[in-house]
Design a protein around this ligand. Sequence first.
Ligand code: ZN
Length: 199
Amino acid sequence: MKFCSECAHPLTVAIPEGDNRPRYVCTHCGTIHYQNPKLVIGSIPVWQREGEFKILLCKRAIEPRYGYWTLPAGFMENEETTEQAAVRETEEEAGANVRLGKLFTLLNVAHVHQVHLFYLAELLDLDFAAGIESLDVRLFAEDEIPWDDLAFPTIRTTLELFFADRARIREGGGDYGFHGGDVTRPMRSADGPAPEQPD
Ligand code: ZN
């Protein structure tokens, strides 16, 4: 941030009186430009019919992580709820119709100033299609998940937790749980550490 959005004066970085962190401060109009974490929200669309059990993933058509697989997700917009954001992103990126379920993961990605939320979702039909930000959209059985080609650490963590819960449910019943956690390290790939900024 270089200029004040209120008066267009160049900004300086300073700790305001009574605060304890450096902020972008406008010395001309006095506005303090606070920066806070962003919410990235997505879904885990599940297709379950007659013994079939598959998860919908999108192949990214944009940087970062072009060509890697992700759950449909993106930044929450103003004036929408977290549930609306999850449904909207699933529609935009995968053209998929889902019935949203419970919140499944809430993962802090503090070092990139983000919080990632993923909702369980039931895929209602097979009329999905890649949106403008996706190269491809496909259903994957558990043993087909492209673990080495996932876009972001929170996608891997969410899928690992999902299939762990599913294994537990198949053995002893119960239901999917809620999982909170922190992602602190970048995910390694062949071409170096993955950036963690979706979209
Ligand atoms: Zn200003």
